[in-house]
Design a binder for this molecule. Structure first.
Ligand code: 5GP
Ligand code: MN
Length: 340
């Protein structure tokens, strides 16, 4: 984001305005963390922004400060539509295209509010007046930190803001180990700890609050794991019946795909989760090295994301989706070759 744009935003925020912060469907740690951090920062500038997310988010994020102020579009469309229609400024966080907001897409598209995008996904749509898009960033939370820094306001980062930013960086970097994690990411994390983020407690809240059902579901998923040696590709399936048997709750399948990727020689991993309500198979894809699951997902599964982590969907049934996935692998044989 250029100095000129930052100056314009500073000018805009001098007076109180109706501000909305929105993020993507099935919000994750980065979406919720960045939205809450930005909301609390803007409050310190005497603004009173409302966060609207399309639908519910995982239990393991509900301890975060001020989560009870988050409006879920699916719960109160009427109120959310009024707020969006009246908004002067809409911050769009952690997504690159309006369709990622599900049912909110239409109202966002038709809103005349000034839009400010903060996002790290590839191939962003051009809907924002001010666009802070950087695909090299570990997370939107890291970018919210940078945004606050560019506004010359790191002094306003308190324990709550630091905690929210920490959560998004931690969850989007697989606890600071993915390729997008840089020395600068670590410097930011260091300053977040100085400002009061309790790294051990945060880790425990997010990763050590499993339910018995969730661990059992993980066991089922691992039992369903298939490794296709020829293409260094692993995949996991979970049917609606299996989810029901383990009393599935939102967030329960988060991270399972990484077990598949952890297999020796595995270059790409996928998880296929049956969603009867939406009539789709939700797909999560992960890869190691230069193999781009963003490209694969865009081409075959109506999705996208990053080089090493992407998502998508399929309208076929579970068996047909797997068959389609397997049928496209030969096309990628060369790029799926394993190098150390
Ligand atoms: P996950 O597999 O954890 O749901 O998502 C991995 C990454 O891909 C995230 O950055 C997420 O925002 C993105 N992503 C997930 N599902 C979709 C999708 O259906 N379409 C697009 N464009 N991106 C997705
Ligand atoms: Mn993110």
């Amino acid at each position: 984001m250029k100095t000129l744009e930052i100056n314009s935003i500073k000018e805009l925020l001098k007076e109180q305005k109706e501000i909305i912060i929105v993020s993507h469907k099935n919000p994750d740690g980065d979406a919720i963390g960045s939205s809450l951090a930005l909301q609390q920062y803007l409050k310190k500038l005497n603004q009173n922004p409302v966060i609207i997310v399309p639908n519910d988010y995982p239990e393991f994020l509900k301890w975060l400060p001020n989560t009870n102020s988050i409006l879920k579009y699916e719960d109160d469309k009427e109120k959310a539509n009024i707020l969006i229609s009246n908004a002067a400024i809409i911050f769009t966080l952690d997504f690159n295209a309006f369709h990622r907001t599900g049912d909110m897409m239409q109202i966002l598209d038709s809103s005349s509010a000034l839009k400010i995008m903060i996002d790290h996904h590839q191939q962003p749509e051009n809907f924002a007046t001010y666009m802070y898009s950087d695909t090299s960033m570990s997370s939107t939370c890291e970018m919210v930190y940078n945004f606050i820094a560019k506004m010359d306001n790191t002094n306003l980062i308190d324990k709550d803001i630091a905690t929210c930013i920490y959560v998004g960086i931690m969850t989007d970097t697989g606890s600071f180990k993915y390729r997008s994690t840089t020395s600068i990411t670590h410097k930011i994390v260091s300053s977040l700890i100085e400002k009061g983020a309790n790294n051990t407690a945060i880790h425990n809240y997010v990763y050590n609050t499993n339910t018995y059902n969730r661990i059992q579901l993980l066991g089922k998923a691992l039992n369903n794991l298939v490794f296709i040696e020829k293409y260094n590709t692993a995949y996991i399936t979970l049917s609606q019946k299996e989810l029901r048997e383990h009393n599935y709750k939102k967030g329960d399948t988060e991270g399972i795909v990484n077990y598949a990727l952890s297999l020796n020689r595995c270059k790409m991993a996928a998880i296929f989760i049956e969603d009867e309500k939406q009539g789709i198979i939700k797909i999560s894809l992960r890869s190691k090295g230069d193999f781009s699951v963003n490209e694969l997902s865009r081409e075959h599964f109506d999705g996208g994301g990053h080089t090493n982590a992407a998502g998508g969907k399929s309208d076929l049934n579970l068996t047909e989706t797997i068959a389609k996935f397997i049928s496209i692998l030969p096309k990628y044989e060369k790029t799926l070759e394993y190098e150390i």
